[in-house]
Structures are given as structure tokens and as C-alpha cells.
Design a protein around this ligand. Structure first.
Ligand code: P6P
Length: 335
């Protein structure tokens, strides 16, 4: 079968489904081109002079890697001239980035984590880019942080690129999830799988077990049952994976099922979790739900959380539906 490029796929989505218009198609294509550039920079490793610390801190108080800063710049520069965006928000920037007055503005808000899992860069483990698209509220010419604070159900598109042995772009515009592999010789993303589906049941979980002493009782109960295996209450054995790169862990789950968990832990009782709602949990939740999975904070559906701040953190449970529903039920029982 003749390979279908991302461009052709999006044009056909626009023509046949009418779910996307030319501006949203342009947005997705521009973001995919930026992910190509990031993939090249990541792939150079030590030869690109981009490993190690940038000797600066981001809004999260995290030391930025050179590639964090570079990836953020690549995405900003790729997107600000196109006329499709009203503003941009990034994990790496405290406030939304306004579109310079010399460029036209569009109707979309773009949010991204430009390089998630960047602590893995220096040890050559897969990292990724996560992005989310919202509509700018009508009549708003200069979007502020408040205009971004929309629940995940309002997302028009979401995707991630995982920079692994191959670079794969996984995308939803609300009609299923599709994956595209970067053909490095041609320099374009080619459709490699339509309608990814996450198995409802699984025997694989992803969590950082070193935090077990900080977990709340329902979390401990759920994991201890998995560890008890065949002779325990679950009656089957479970396997564990933890890449410590959300994009890599979630991509494995998109490919073969599983549950990804980053719970609230009492290590930092004042923060509800480690992962950020707007540009990590929500885009991934949209993708996971579109593939038949589920995504929850343990108390409510992730996509229904009403955001209160751009960089807020949430507990994250996402993946195979039966497991997310079970662990969420344990949390609700404790309330
Ligand atoms: P820990 C990477 O820093 C990240 O934000 C996610 O990509 C990943 O799932 C998580 O943090 C890893 O956290 O505490 O296991 O290092």
C-alpha cells in the first residue's frame, strides 16, 4: 500500500470528517515539523553539544537541560508566525507566550511540554514532546492564563512524539488515535497505525515503587494486590515497567496496554502529584480515552478537572480501563 503522509491524512480528515479546518491542520503540521527538528537535536546526543544542564531553572524550579530550552525555542519559533495561534503555553515558561504583533493571530491556544522526561537525555533513554490544542475564547485578543484554564474535554487535538529507536507521532483530533513514524530519509511522518486501541484488561503496571512508603492507603492496597500475584486477590501475576519518561511509558501502554500511575504522595503533602494537568495529564488523557482507555485523578475523570492554574499538578492514573476503574474505586472508597 502506498504510504500515507501526515499531510495527506490530515487533508483526508478535514475533507471526510470535517472535524478539523485548515488552521488546525496547519497547527498540527507545524508542530510535527518542530518535533522532527527536536528529534534530530535529541538524536545528535553528545555530538550536538546539547547534552547536560542549561544552568537555568524553569517555573517548576527544575534545572533545565540544554535540550529543554532548545526544544521550547524550536516549538515557539515554528508556531508564532503561522497565524493559527492566539497564544502558547509551555512547561518551560511561567506565563503564556503572546504571538508577536508583527504576526496575525488565530483561534487556537497551543500548550506543550517540549521535552518530557529530559532527565533521561543524558543517559540516552527515550524522551518525548506532548502537546494540547484548545480554542481561544471568543472575542479574546490578548489571551491571559485564565483563557487557558479549560477542562480537558475542551481539547480539539492532542498528541505526543516519542524520540526512541524510531520517532513516532501519536495524534488524536477526537476521532480515534493514529500513529505516524518519521521516515528519516524522506523527512516526513508516515501513517503506520490507524485507531490504536488499549486492551481493557492488562497484567502490566507502571509506577515509581521507591515512593511506596509515602503512598496513601488505597494506593498501597492496589499495588500490594498486584504484587501478590496469582495466589493473591487478583488471581494473576503482574509485570512492572517504569521508564521515568511519561511519553515512553504511555506509548508502551498505547501499544500493548497497562496502567500508568503517578499518585499523590505524602513526600510533598501540599502538592497533589508530580505531573502537570494542562500539558501532560490532559493531552495524554484525551489520547488514552480516544483509544478506549481511561484516565482519572483517582477521584474524578481527568478530562473533567476544572483547572485553577496553568502549571497545576494532579495525581495520574491512566491506561487499561478495568485497572483505572478499580484503583479509582479504591480511592473513592477511602473518601
Ligand atoms: P520520577 C519526567 O521528569 C516526568 O515528568 C515524567 O515524564 C515521568 O513519568 C516522571 O516525571 C518520573 O518521575 O519521580 O520517577 O523520576
Amino acid at each position: 500500500m502506498k504510504p500515507i503522509s501526515l499531510t495527506r491524512f490530515l487533508i483526508e480528515e478535514q475533507r471526510e470528517l470535517g472535524r478539523i479546518n485548515s488552521d488546525l491542520r496547519l497547527l498540527i503540521e507545524v508542530v510535527s515539523r518542530a518535533c522532527k527538528a527536536i528529534s534530530i537535536a535529541v538524536g545528535k546526543g553528545a555530538l550536538g553539544g546539547v547534552l547536560g544542564s542549561a544552568h537555568s531553572e524553569n517555573i517548576q524550579g527544575e534545572v533545565q537541560k540544554k535540550l529543554d530550552v532548545l526544544s521550547n525555542e524550536i516549538l515557539l519559533e515554528a508556531n508564532e508566525w503561522g497565524g493559527h495561534l492566539a497564544a502558547i503555553a509551555s512547561e518551560e515558561m511561567e506565563h503564556p507566550h503572546a504571538i508577536p504583533h508583527r504576526y496575525p493571530k488565530g483561534e487556537y491556544l497551543l500548550l506543550f511540554d517540549p521535552l518530557d522526561g529530559s532527565s533521561n537525555i543524558d543517559v540516552n533513554i527515550s524522551v518525548g514532546t506532548i502537546f494540547s490544542v484548545l480554542r481561544c475564547p471568543d472575542g479574546v485578543k490578548e489571551p491571559t492564563e485564565a483563557d487557558f484554564l479549560q477542562p480537558g474535554t475542551r481539547q480539539l487535538a492532542a498528541g505526543y512524539a516519542v524520540y526512541g529507536p524510531s520517532t513516532i507521532l501519536v495524534l488524536t483530533t477526537g476521532s480515534g488515535v493514529h500513529s505516524f513514524t518519521l521516515d528519516r530519509e524522506v523527512g516526513s511522518f508516515v501513517l503506520t497505525e490507524r485507531n490504536l486501541r488499549i486492551p481493557v484488561e492488562t497484567q502490566e503496571f507502571a509506577i515509581n515503587m521507591s515512593n511506596i512508603r509515602h503512598w496513601e492507603p488505597p494506593m498501597k492496597r492496589y499495588i500490594e494486590e498486584l504484587l501478590a500475584g496469582k495466589t493473591g486477590p487478583r488471581g494473576k501475576n503482574f509485570n512492572m515497567r517504569w521508564v521515568a519518561s511519561m511519553v515512553a511509558d504511555v506509548h508502551r501502554i498505547m501499544t500493548r496496554g497497562g496502567i500508568f500511575i503517578y499518585p499523590r504522595d505524602l513526600k510533598q503533602p501540599l502538592t497533589p502529584g508530580k505531573l502537570r494537568l494542562m500539558y501532560e495529564a490532559n493531552p495524554m488523557a484525551f489520547i488514552v480515552e480516544q483509544a478506549g482507555g481511561a484516565a482519572s485523578t483517582g477521584e474524578q475523570r481527568m478530562l473533567e478537572v476544572q483547572p485553577t492554574s496553568l502549571h497545576q499538578r494532579v495525581p495520574v492514573f491512566m491506561g487499561s480501563k478495568a485497572e483505572v476503574e478499580r484503583v479509582s474505586a479504591y480511592h473513592r472508597e477511602q473518601q
